[in-house]
Design a protein around this ligand. Sequence first.
Ligand SMILES: Nc1nc2c(ncn2[C@@H]2O[C@H](COP(=O)(O)OP(=O)(O)OP(=O)(O)O)[C@@H](O)[C@H]2O)c(=O)[nH]1
Ligand SMILES: [Mg+2]
Length: 275
Amino acid sequence: MERTLFHGSTAGKQLLRFPHPDQRFGPRRRHPCQNRCVKKLVFIPAWNEEKSIEAVIADAREHVPGADIMVVDDGSTDRTPELARRSGALVASLPFNQGVGAAHQTAYIFALRHDYEICGQLDGDGQHPASEVARLIAAVENGADLAVGSRFAEDANPGVPEYRSTFARRLGQRLFSLLVSTSTRQTFTDTTSGMRALNVRAMELFAERYSSEFAEVESLQQAVRAGLVVEEVPVHMLAREHGNSFITPLTSAFYIFKTLIVLLIGQLRPKQVGQ
Ligand SMILES: Nc1nc2c(ncn2[C@@H]2O[C@H](COP(=O)(O)OP(=O)(O)OP(=O)(O)O)[C@@H](O)[C@H]2O)c(=O)[nH]1
Ligand SMILES: [Mg+2]
């Protein structure tokens, strides 16, 4: 039985067909990376990141050798796609801005279509050192379906100044951690982290359904409820150097409220795989 299913972003909705989850999630596939080269994609969601995109691409190339690098340009109105192309990255340009979830989902769909086995992702604003993403990819090679970089996990930043954010965002982070950890019965300390690595099982899940707005938080709940192995890895992240944060105290508060509703609804959805 096959079905076409999408909700959330419009990325590739009309094009993909996936088998039913019961057929998809067969026995766990591990990566036999000892004896052959695993096909890897590192992708960078970017919306108007012309000041940092070239450095981010160079960093990814240096620290994840052998991986293809793709920038998902989320309807940028600056020179982001042009600079990314000039740096030798693959560039997928969305026709208009759709939110970071659509950019992620575009990359998952692309990766599946082109037989990538592992996908690493880092932000285009320079906050995510590619050396840390390489550690997440290693976690997936060692058996995790989804590895998430946590800037708040205990041993994340030995000798490095603690990652700082606004009060409202810290409050939101705490709340999301509490809710996601309770709903999944697994401890998560950084539910909004966009620094991740995934294998095919996780990409298939998210290619089918992925929220454009609540991408990071909801996807953790979704992955655990689908029976995937989700691992948090302590990482070091940097403060944004260029460009504007799109997040204000008011939008944070509204986002927290909306995310609570989304998590509650997620909790009511039937589990895809018995755990
Ligand atoms: N906010 C936002 N970011 C997008 C969008 N589309 C792609 N992105 C990219 O997604 C990544 C994460 O967005 P950020 O705004 O940096 O989110 P954040 O890291 O949680 O917030 P900051 O700490 O303020 O930087 C960046 O590389 C953006 O360029 C979008 O529609 N909105
Ligand atoms: Mg950022």
